[in-house]
Design a protein around this ligand. Sequence first.
Ligand SMILES: *Cc1c(COP(=O)(O)O)cnc(C)c1O
Ligand SMILES: [Zn+2]
Length: 431
Amino acid sequence: MSPTSGATAHVTHLVCLVCGRRFAPEEVEYLCPEHGDDGILDVVYDHERIATELSPATLAHDPDRSMWRYRPLLPVSPAADLPPLRVGWTPLYAAPRLGAELGLERLWVKDEGMQPTGSLKDRASAVAVVKARERGAAVVTTASTGNAAAALAGLAASVDQAATILVPASAPEAKVAQLLAYGATVLLVEGTYDDAFALSMRAAERFGWYVRNTGVNPYMSEGKKTAALEIAEQLDWHVPDVVVVGVGDGCIIGGLHKGFRDLVALGWTDRVPRLLGVQASGSDYLVQAWERDEDVVTKPAIAASTVADSICAGLPRDRIKALRAVQDSDGAFVRVGDDAILAAIPALARGCGVFAEPAAAAAYAGLRVAVSRGLVHRDDAVVVLATGTGLKDVPAAMRATGAAGIEARRVTPELEAVARALDLDRTVGRK
Ligand SMILES: *Cc1c(COP(=O)(O)O)cnc(C)c1O
Ligand SMILES: [Zn+2]
């Protein structure tokens, strides 16, 4: 197959975050050739033209309950075949009980666990699969801590696209099981995520695979920005004051920033919310850089380790976009320990019914820290992005409930045993 042009109706150019050089969409595939791994590109749109096709009024009548309702704002050609799995338009739940616990008057939780493969990564992988097919790529690849891989494998399966996935051998079982079930070719790399990432880049170059890797592929944060577009639309175009999200590579928080800026550029909203990035204490590269005002182009990788595997990244790939998102939105980065992350799993589940994996629960744990530090105020409208389902990491959930002293009670299959276990003896006896 000959590669077809990736040009789309509404992308004007891509711009290097390091040197500001501009590229036509067909001129460059991934990174700025001058700046290697750091030369991440930002996608720039013709907002005037988009506004002739899309508006809050047209959206109000659009029955498409998926991320593709924002298609003119996405880097895919109007003729592209879209994958059939339903990605996006996840529920935004009001969470008054959870809010009250933190002293917040208006709190919402957006449940990305409802995505087809169970995490927000589906938003990016859906775009990746469209781009790979535009390019006529035989194989699409990614390195991932697990969720991006599962998302790519699932979306690829839905369109019969071959995928070769590299994950650290330590990835949670459920995520590896998903990859295998979806039919991806899986390489368990004996090393860290950063090792798997470097290896996937070299393999892709050698074997001609299309690369979905976070940061390297400029279109991934475009897919992820649809979470921001949905938050605004679901709140009737009143953007919240604060959006909280767990941060590993920084692609989601960069994407949120992009989505909210698109809406301002279109004139549909008047500001960008403060973006609050939450990292694990054992993987806090961006918190460090933000606190110490370090240059993330030169700051070296740190050793990273946390129970929240999805936000474990020694060298966040999208660190430039992530830092800019927090700085430009007047937001903040906070760190939370693994104990607080685990404790947030049952807290979130009990407080609003959303069962989250550690990296997703970390956002709630971080919000608690931000409130106690006065970074978030009681009258702020706050959205917590619950980025992935708790079923992704059942052992972590068991650890979390165990640590919180929450236990099931074992009974024999008799009514008396139930009465005894629940201390209801007398009630049952009296009838
Ligand atoms: C990937 C992921 C994150 C972090 O996103 P980054 O773009 O790496 O910062 C958070 N939570 C979950 C569940 C994820 O899968
Ligand atoms: Zn450059």
